[in-house]
Ligand binder design. Structure first.
Ligand code: MRU
Length: 323
């Protein structure tokens, strides 16, 4: 059965708890906007498009249960700062005039199905860029778990595999939350796509060995000039790709493009807790009181990006997006 990160269940939102994957497939039952906001903040659901869809359903729960509209909207907006899809989805919900459960739910469902369609189109456009036998390196999780289905960068990988042009995927572990090792590896295994998980620090060595033909990453926010915020470590991969003459692609729906932001310097970058770094498997592995700096995202400047793949097609530099 296809992986989905959440399912609307009539009067509640069932959410696959991504913190427990791949060891356990546990589902949360959410009934209020603040429960959805907590699930986003604590990363039970994560990935820019999936966060947006979850927030839209959070507003539907709030409307059905008679919560105050502005309060619910504000709680959800404060859950995570970087992925613009969250704010984009809440803005769309904000355009629904009537504060009625059925009306808000209908818009949330449209947002979800449009994202799924966008991902399938991203997959088709992106796969056109791949030559037979391509070996792709990717980071974080950008698959069905991170979207309404199929995925962005992982959607390109999926479609490339279906078309028979992909020979191997290298999935960066993606410290500190290990979305690559836990989630991308889980999705690739389910789909029977040949891959190896690698430690983040191995990426440059693999490129040097000539084992990588393209790097494909997702995005949390793309500025008007193409500068792209994505999972911490993405910028490092882009620099390495440029140094080795390897194309570096970003795959994301248009809902991730923030035309209100001129360039990457204005993208808010989330900082997360020290414990994400220092605690491994429930044990603190750092000296007590170890100072930590833990930015969750970085910004790749547009000049390092070979192409941005959206549902509208493949944009080449200099990047310009339709309003
Ligand atoms: O902190 P996360 O796991 O929410 O970060 C996710 C990413 O950085 C993804 O690459 C991005 O959201 C795109 S998901 C299609």
């Amino acid at each position: 059965m296809a992986v989905v990160p959440m399912v609307w269940a009539g009067d509640r939102l069932r959410l696959l708890d991504q913190r427990r994957l791949p060891l356990e497939e546990a589902w949360l039952e959410l009934t209020s906007a603040s429960e959805v906001a907590d699930a986003i903040r604590e990363m039970a659901v994560r990935g820019a498009p999936a966060i947006g869809v979850a927030a839209a359903y959070g507003m539907a729960l709030a409307a059905f249960h008679g919560e105050n509209r502005q309060v619910a909207d504000a709680i959800l907006r404060s859950s995570r700062p970087t992925a613009v899809n969250l704010f984009w989805a809440l803005d769309r919900i904000g355009l629904v005039k009537e504060w009625s459960g059925n009306e808000i739910l209908a818009e949330a469902m449209r947002i979800e199905s449009e994202d799924r369609e966008a991902n399938l189109a991203i997959g088709r456009h992106g796969a056109e860029l791949l030559r037979p036998g391509t070996r792709i390196l990717t980071v974080c999780n950008t698959g069905s778990l991170a979207t309404a289905g199929h995925g962005t960068a992982l959607g390109v990988i999926r479609t490339g595999h279906e078309k028979g042009v992909l020979s191997h995927v290298y999935a960066c572990e993606t410290r500190p939350r290990q979305q690559g090792l836990r989630l991308t590896a889980w999705e690739l295994t389910k789909d029977g796509i040949p891959f190896s998980a690698i430690a983040d620090g191995a990426a440059g060595y693999l490129m040097r060995l000539g084992k990588v033909d393209a790097v494909i990453a997702g995005a949390d926010r793309i500025a008007a000039n193409g500068d792209t915020a994505n999972k911490i470590g993405t910028y490092t991969l882009a620099v390495l790709a440029r140094a080795h003459g390897i194309p570096f692609y970003i795959a994301a729906p248009m809902s991730t493009v923030d035309l209100a932001i001129k360039d990457g310097s204005q993208i808010p970058i989330e900082e997360r807790s020290a414990e994400e770094l220092t605690i491994i498997d429930g044990h603190c592995v750092a000296p007590s009181g170890c100072p930590v700096y833990n930015p969750a995202f970085d910004v790749t400047p547009a000049e390092l990006i070979s192409a941005i793949i959206t549902e509208k097609g493949v944009a080449l530099p200099p990047f310009q997006f339709p309003p």
